[in-house]
Design a protein around this ligand. Structure first.
Ligand code: CAA
Length: 388
């Protein structure tokens, strides 16, 4: 039985900044940000969007009544959790009106959790072929104003439906993975911005890629020429290119040209949204699938990396007419409706954070065009609304 991605969509807040303008404000050359880092724009989350609303909006856009009847497992991958105890998946389960006969859990391992969720979902579908699993990958990446990581922030979520006989991509059986206890990037519970050793994190990303890629080749006997395209976790779009360059020489000149060309395509959305941590790899997959037609039956390789750290390489095969089941128009509308804000406006929004002393507040959701918003906090409980 084939198991894999039946539906996939993303959501990003309606506000963004231009990286040329951020570079000028930070007294850097714009090319450092647009070429050296590879980011053109960065999504900015207003206070009325949190990881729950981003994820719920992503799923709201793609699910129909049949999906809602079949989904009996919701897995929420995030490193921007809002509660030590209650899973963010339960809020989304409620906001989407999913059936009560379901499991809803949250998973954490930095940017890697959604990949673990996919592997868990595969097992669930193997045992329950008539059901569907909803996977949510949602984060707001925050390093701080005037920090080296600032240029690699972003906000957004990806929603994925995993099922039997998937219409977009069937996942292959082999995946290779690795864990090592390192401190390249982490976010202590008392901090709403990340701690990071930037250069070390780049090195570890590449060394994890090298390990899992080599093990994958040994296990499967496949090589570079067997892949039509490779997608990477993209904390910033130059990062995946650095990893891809380490394996160029394993293929022919034609392999290299094809992989670089598709790599550029796979960065289209990420260049405009920034790092969405858990969802970044899947946003890159969406860019690839939506921005350029690939042949049915193409094999796509995916490299997932979550600091701390866990890495995984796995692959999928594109299904016949997969493009008919994408939401390209909806995603283009989402981009077209975004509003650019100035750097001072972004800085003001960045500093506007939710209270951490237990006080209540009401938020004005009229300025946020997203259907699902955070309307405030009352008695220590986040108040969510669905305007539609
Ligand atoms: N024109 C073109 N390129 C330029 C340039 C110019 N005028 N000026 C500089 N550059 C290039 C540099 O040569 C460099 O290129 P290479 O990396 O190819 O050598 C690039 O721009 C970046 O320059 P710096 O290395 O000087 O940048 P920096 O010290 O300010 O920091 C960073 C860059 C380390 C990525 C930092 O933004 C950071 O710490 N980000 C957060 C951590 C991160 O994203 N790590 C990625 C791996 S960890 C992970 O993947 C998990 C996760 O999501 C966090």
């Amino acid at each position: 039985m084939k198991i894999g991605i039946d539906k996939i969509g993303f959501f990003t807040p309606h506000l963004y900044i231009d990286m040329n303008k951020l570079a000028l404000a930070r007294k850097e050359e714009p090319e450092k940000y647009t070429i050296g880092i590879g980011q053109d724009e960065m999504a900015v989350a207003p206070i009325t969007q949190d990881p729950v609303t981003l994820a719920a909006n992503a799923a709201f856009n793609i699910l129909n009544d049949d999906d809602k009847k079949a989904i009996d497992f919701v897995i929420f991958g995030t490193e921007t959790g809002i509660d030590h105890s209650k899973s963010a998946a339960i809020y989304v389960h409620h906001l989407l009106g999913l059936k009560p006969e379901a499991r809803s859990i949250e998973m954490k391992q930095a940017c890697y959790a959604a990949t673990a969720a996919i592997q868990l979902a595969k097992g669930h579908i193997a045992l329950n072929p008539d059901s569907k699993v909803l996977i949510l990958a949602s984060d707001i990446a925050r390093y701080g104003l005037n920090t080296p990581g600032e240029v690699t922030q972003g906000a957004g979520a990806v929603a994925i439906v995993i099922s039997a006989n998937p219409r977009i991509m069937a996942l292959e059986e082999t995946s290779t993975y690795q864990t090592d206890d390192i401190m390249d990037f982490w976010r202590p519970v008392y901090s709403d911005t990340a701690y990071v050793d930037g250069k070390y994190s780049n090195e570890k990303y590449i060394s994890f890629f090298s390990s899992v890629w080599n093990t994958y080749k040994e296990k499967t006997g496949l090589g570079l020429s067997d892949f039509e395209a490779l997608c990477y976790h993209l904390p910033y779009t130059k990062m995946g290119l650095k990893a891809l360059r380490t394996i160029y020489d394993e293929g022919t000149e034609a392999d290299k040209e094809r992989l670089v060309d598709y790599y550029q395509t796979s960065t289209t959305y990420n260049r405009r949204i920034g790092n969405i941590y858990t969802g970044s790899l899947y946003l890159s997959l969406l860019s690839l699938l939506e921005q350029k037609p690939l042949k049915d039956g193409s094999r796509i390789g995916l490299f997932s990396y979550g600091s701390g750290a866990v890495g995984e390489f796995f692959s999928g095969i594109l299904q016949p007419d997969y493009r008919e089941h994408l939401f390209i128009d909806k995603h283009m509308e989402l981009f077209a409706a975004r509003q650019e804000i100035s750097i001072p406006e972004y800085e003001k929004i960045f500093e506007e954070v939710l209270p951490v002393d237990g006080s209540s507040l009401d938020l004005d959701v009229t300025k946020d065009p997203a259907p699902i918003c955070l309307a405030g906090i009352k008695d220590h409980m986040r108040q969510y609304i669905n305007k539609k």
